[in-house]
Design a protein around this ligand. Structure first.
Ligand code: FAD
Length: 426
């Protein structure tokens, strides 16, 4: 087994790390200060110029759309990074070291997932009108599935109605936790809902493109995560009241919502998990640097064996999560998403829990400073905590892993053929 990355990946790792060192880490204070200034000026939900300027530099250096896998780029008819999932994974890790940096490279959720969805399942008109400006970073998008009224970890519960009326579809429903919908650059929402409640369970749902400025689309409020609203991107509650869009806005056709969600599952999870691994690596780095410089009871905190235990455990857990995630990416490349379904579910359980543990140790090692915004740890922990249910709760993925495991030793189809949980969120 060859653990060395391709020459192209190694070159991109070097260039991306150099870009992070030269521009991104030094911009963390500017990012916070600009957001504070915008807030004071009453324009908190305004795109940050700190990021917009860095996007131009990243694009000029060819560090743009690296996420778009070779096969999706072929579907799209637009160039991506020309990388496989395995080749892009370590780049997502580097971007994940700063929670907002992947946007600089046009590689942030939910746009990456939405671009791939339109690339694979959109028609030529969809691609020209929405995919092209998304790939150029001129607009942003959202994925609207989760609803406050139902347990959305089971996507068959989604109640939003998409009703055919002549040459249009009428959409009525209420969604929440829709990442990016509050962003003024959000121009399109891929919306999931029921076109036929009487159809078989997994054929009731469809996905449809809803332009954000369509009459009846209303942003109700921005939700926050432990007090963080992730402005100017955010997560919104959105109401759809008699929203009318042309029948041509449906993706693939009526009743194919689950098919699209399943077909689209893999890459986004690799990205999430590799970003979490990057976050945990940064937390471990900050923990080491902090404990080597803080002296208490006559010795540095790093000399305390409990600190050394935690640092060692963190190193072990990070590397285990990385190897499992890279294996999932490799398996997707060589055998397809379906063959990698167990690994994809496993990393969705392992990576967030690992990151939360490492971040918690790093926060503890920083004392009171660890829960303040003087360090990136508190916000990172809040973000990582959401990934224990965003894109599907741990329990749902563990259920699936266990059923697939039991399915190896029984002919019972209920166990052997357990479907991949569709819980795509952000
Ligand atoms: C920051 C953030 C961003 C998000 N972005 C998006 C987005 O862009 N688009 C979008 O559509 N959604 C988004 N979501 C929503 C997310 O995908 C859902 O919260 C998630 O799918 C869980 O659904 P729910 O909140 O309805 O929980 P519920 O379905 O009500 O589940 C609640 C709890 O029940 C337990 N549970 C559920 N099923 C089982 C089971 N089989 N066995 C045991 N226990 C179980 C789990 O503990 C689960 O956490 C986001 C959420 C957050 C926090």
């Amino acid at each position: 087994m060859d653990f060395e990355f391709s020459a192209q990946t190694q070159d991109l790792q070097k260039r991306l790390s150099a870009f992070m060192d030269e521009y991104v880490y030094p911009a963390e204070k500017d990012h916070a200060n600009e957001l504070a200034a915008n807030t004071a000026a009453g324009k908190r939900w305004t795109p940050l110029q700190t990021l917009e300027k860095l996007k131009e530099k990243a694009r000029a250096q060819g560090l743009w759309n690296l996420f778009l896998p070779v096969d999706s780029a072929e579907h799209a008819g637009y160039p991506g990074g020309g990388l496989s999932n395995l080749e892009y994974a370590p780049l997502a890790e580097i971007m994940g070291r700063v929670s907002w940096s992947s946007e600089i490279f046009n590689c942030s959720a939910p746009d990456t997932g939405n671009m791939e969805t339109i690339a694979r399942y959109g028609n030529e008109e969809h691609k020209a009108r929405w995919l092209k400006p998304l790939l150029e970073g001129r607009i942003r998008s959202a994925f609207a599935m989760t609803e406050p009224a139902v347990a959305s970890s089971d996507a068959t519960n989604i109640e939003t109605r998409i009703e055919r009326q002549g040459g249009a579809y009428l959409i009525n429903g209420r969604k929440w936790w829709i990442s990016g919908a509050s962003d003024p650059r959000c121009k399109i929402l891929i919306t999931m809902g029921k076109t036929d409640p009487s159809a078989p369970k997994h054929a009731q749902q469809s996905m449809i493109l809803v332009p954000a400025d369509t009459q009846g689309v209303e942003i109700i409020r921005a939700l926050n995560v432990f007090g963080y609203d992730d402005a100017p991107h955010g997560h919104a509650e959105v109401c759809f009241t008699n929203v009318r869009v042309p029948i041509s806005n449906i993706l693939l056709g009526e009743g194919r919502g689950f098919e699209i969600a399943q077909g689209r599952l893999g890459p986004g999870r690799i990205h999430h998990c590799m970003r979490l691994i990057g976050l945990a690596e940064r937390a471990l780095e900050l923990m080491c640097k902090r404990t080597l410089t803080r002296v208490a009871f006559g010795k540095t905190i790093a000399q305390q064996t409990v600190t050394q235990e935690r640092i060692a455990q963190a190193r072990c857990q990070i590397d285990m999560a990385r190897l499992l995630t890279l294996k999932a990416a490799w398996l997707m490349d060589v055998a397809g998403n379906k063959a990698a379904k167990t690994e994809i579910a496993m990393i969705k359980v392992v990576a967030p829990n690992m990151a939360l543990q490492v971040l918690d140790w790093a926060i503890q090692a920083h004392g009171g400073g660890g829960v303040s915004d003087d360090f990136p740890l508190a916000a990172a922990w809040a973000g990582a905590r959401t990934l224990r249910f965003a894109d599907g709760p741990d329990e749902v993925h563990r259920n699936a892993i266990a059923k697939w495991e039991l399915g190896k030793y029984t002919a019972a189809p209920a166990l052997r053929d357990t479907p991949v949980p569709v819980t795509r969120g952000c």
